[in-house]
Design a protein around this ligand. Structure first.
Ligand SMILES: Nc1ncnc2c1ncn2[C@@H]1O[C@H](COP(=O)(O)OP(=O)(O)OP(=O)(O)O)[C@@H](O)[C@H]1O
Ligand SMILES: [Mg+2]
Length: 255
């Protein structure tokens, strides 16, 4: 075991609470024949997407640049609306939820951290979601301190988030979403800008989130990271699901 492995084990004392949203094993998010294009005149970016995500487990979405991974995740959190087909969250059409209601169920880490950070200090950024949810100040402080320490952002506590380096902004964006302890988490290319050690920290924390019965979807090009974290791998190509490892042993689901 390296010194850094020891650090991860010894320092990672803060254990998030088990997800209390709904029943384990039930479908959480379901996409049925989903299609999307950015303009009615352009060719579809996504078509005929049928995917079901349980409320637990770690799934990776992979595929070449431009195949529609980010578009798919934005549809899954209601930032975009499907042109065809249906998306349901906990059995209800996603269109019946406001973005804030989706946000309380699903934490979303954008591909570009600059699109996510809006507070005036690093500390405020991590605590924002919790404060907004009405958490006690002592709880917010404890969790902010944990994530500042865990992702080695303590020296930047009072700094303006957008002045951080790309990797620091990425860690902050991830910390800010993890701190809200969402029952389900979607991270778009979370390891871009992270070195191997920070990737390891993220991997450990995602495993911990999954052990607590929460679902995680990661979009990634990072084969090594995916092989270490994901139990299920979905591959997109030209806006369609080319392969889903959950098809194995269940041919009824094949496209
Ligand atoms: N806002 C937008 N307006 C018009 N076209 C867009 C927009 N965002 C993405 N696209 C196009 O939609 C397609 C899918 O883009 P998307 O960002 O979903 O791909 P991706 O798989 O996430 O790619 P990457 O691996 O580079 O992140 C691409 O052809 C892209 O150029
Ligand atoms: Mg993308």
């Amino acid at each position: 075991m390296t010194g850094r492995d020891t650090y991860i084990r010894e320092e990672a004392q803060y254990i998030p609470a088990r997800s209390s949203i709904g029943e384990a094993g039930a479908a959480f998010l379901e996409l049925s024949q989903v299609g999307f294009s950015y303009s009615g005149k352009r060719p579809a970016v996504l078509s005929g997407i049928n995917l079901t995500f349980a409320r637990e487990g770690i799934t990776a979405i992979m595929g070449p640049n431009g195949c529609g991974k980010t578009t798919l995740t934005k549809l899954m959190v209601g930032i975009l609306s499907p042109a065809s087909g249906e998306i349901s969250l906990e059995g209800r059409s996603l269109q019946e939820y406001t973005l804030a209601q989706v946000g309380r169920r699903i934490g979303y880490v954008f591909q570009n951290p600059n699109h996510q950070l809006f507070c005036s200090t690093v500390e405020e950024e991590i605590g924002f979601g919790l404060t907004h949810l009405g958490e006690e100040p002592a709880v917010v402080r404890e969790r902010v301190d944990f994530y500042l320490d865990y992702f080695e952002l303590s020296p930047y506590r009072d700094q303006f988030p957008l002045n951080l380096s790309y990797g620091e902004k990425q860690r902050l964006a991830i910390a800010a979403v993890l701190a809200g302890e969402p029952g389900f988490l979607i991270l778009d290319e979370p390891t871009v800008g992270l070195d191997i050690y920070r990737e390891k920290l993220l991997e450990e924390q995602l495993h911990k989130v999954a052990e607590l019965g929460r679902g995680v979807v990661i979009v990634s090009h990072d084969n090594k990271f995916v092989s270490q974290v994901a139990e299920r791998i979905i591959t997109l190509e030209n806006g369609q699901v080319k392969w889903d490892s959950s098809w194995r042993g269940n041919n009824d689901h094949e496209a």
